[in-house]
Design a protein around this ligand. Structure first.
Ligand code: PEP
Ligand code: MN
Length: 447
């Protein structure tokens, strides 16, 4: 791999999963426009996330990375963002309270639009039409016209990310996330589930603790740890021309940062060592994630660590394993061992979603809640056996009352999937399933 790097050096490497834009001049105009816009995040924020992830790598904190598989241009509203934040805050409280360590909260939001696809085309009746690649590229409708990539969508994605991030900052800094509102995050449809009831009890205990602190004279009102939270943003850095347009030189350190989000990750389909995605991301200062599927070898993973984090900065690299429930324990152990023995200070996170997707009898793409839990169990067992820290979870969820994953406390079945199947891409946990998952995860790691 060439030693020198620039924001466009990836252009000299083989690249996968890019749309066939119909009009290069139009694409160029959109990218120039985005390049002229302000950054969405600041380098200093990315560094503070990296410091927190360094604590995760050391076994002193936990990572909760969660949000949509793909954000939608159509489901874009304050309500939608607020419900997602609520469930992330609830899960983080459950994990923090039960495990007794700080939880770094990273949303798959404010930029999680572009989707890699297993096939470039999809068969609809007798016709082959281009696959849907996320609203940042084309529309989801099942017609050839809907699937034509439009560069205007890149600009729209920037604006939607900006508005989403603005609201996230307002909610997390403006009172909504204050710990004395811990009860208010429990939505009606979540509160009425067994996990929601367990959450209420935990919220009561937190209330009692806060009352105790006030009674001792502690100032809980102006303590920013109790009145605000940090939620960082992340997405898969798939469309490299978009990411390049938002890559800026930090005036403090002189280093390059991809200012489209705090953390960027490389997907399972684009993690080739000599590919454009690894080349681009190795050069930006943000904390970087990389998905690791069941075919990854220990050597490959070590080479990734060397390529992305040669300086061995704790928290710089998060390896997100997504093996499938049946493969994770045996598949992960050699990788944990190799990375541990090489002394790379990585965060290990578990994506229990992407290795457990199947098509239901009714033709819906779905995931079974018990397989998701079972992958987390295998992940924790593998870490126990290798004496490494199961540092976090990476999940697809929504705060809403959708029916996309089967199982969970409500025992959703195949036949229920049609009721409210709303995702634009992969099936997400609903609010109830998400809180249940947080409790089950905390129980697994604590025991
Ligand atoms: C995703 O996170 O939505 C995704 C496509 O994951 P992976 O790259 O692991 O398949
Ligand atoms: Mn997905």
């Amino acid at each position: 791999m060439a030693k020198s790097w620039s924001p466009d050096s990836w252009r000299g490497f083989p690249i996968k999963q890019q749309p066939q834009w119909p009009d290069e001049a139009e694409l160029d105009r959109a990218l120039k426009q985005i390049h002229s816009y302000p950054p969405l995040v600041f380098a200093g924020e990315a560094r503070s996330l990296q410091a927190g992830l360094g604590q995760v790598a050391a076994g002193n904190a936990f990572l909760l990375q969660a949000g949509d598989c793909a954000e939608s241009f159509e489901e874009f509203s304050a309500d939608n963002i607020r419900e997602k934040l609520r469930v992330i805050l609830q899960m983080a409280i459950v994990l923090t309270y039960s495990m007794g360590v700080p939880v770094m909260k990273v949303g798959r939001l404010a930029g999680q639009f572009a989707k890699p696809r297993s096939a470039d085309f999809e068969k609809i009746g007798d016709e082959e039409i281009p696959s849907f690649r996320g609203h940042i590229v084309n529309a989801a409708g099942a017609t050839a016209a809907a699937r034509v990539p439009s560069p205007e969508r890149l600009v729209q994605a920037y604006h939607q990310s900006s508005a989403t991030l603005n609201l996230v900052r307002a909610f997390t800094k403006g009172g909504f996330a204050a710990l004395d509102r811990v009860h208010a995050w429990n939505q009606e449809f979540v509160a009425s589930s067994p996990a929601g009831e367990r959450y209420e009890q935990l919220a009561n205990e937190i209330d009692r603790a806060l009352r105790f602190m006030r009674a001792t004279g502690m100032d809980t009102e102006s303590n920013s740890n109790l009145s605000t939270v940090d939620i960082f943003t992340s997405h898969e850095a798939l469309l490299l021309s978009y990411e390049e347009a938002l890559t800026r030189k930090d005036s403090t350190t002189g280093g390059w940062y991809d200012c489209s989000a705090h953390m960027l990750w490389i997907g399972e389909r684009t993690r080739e060592l000599d590919g454009a995605h690894v080349e681009f991301l190795r050069g930006v200062g943000n904390p970087i994630g990389c998905k690791v599927g069941p075919t990854a070898s220990a050597d490959e993973v070590l080479e990734l660590c060397e390529a992305i984090n040669p300086a061995r900065i704790p928290g710089r690299l998060t390896l997100i394993s997504r093996m499938g429930a049946g493969k994770v324990e045996d598949g992960l152990r050699p990788l944990l061992r190799a990375v541990r023995d090489a002394g790379h200070p990585v965060v290990w996170a578990c994506d229990p979603m992407h290795g457990n997707t199947f098509t239901s009898a009714g033709g819906r793409k779905t995931r079974d809640f018990e397989s998701i839990i079972s992958e987390i169990e295998g992940f924790v067992r593998a870490h126990r056996a290798e004496n490494t820290w199961p540092g976090g979870i990476h999940v697809e969820l929504t705060g809403d009352d959708v029916t996309e994953c089967v199982g969970g406390g409500d025992e959703l079945r195949d036949a229920d999937l049609d009721t409210r199947y709303e995702t634009v891409c992969d099936p997400r946990l609903n609010g109830r399933q998400s809180i249940e998952l947080a409790f089950r995860t905390a129980d697994l790691i604590r025991n």
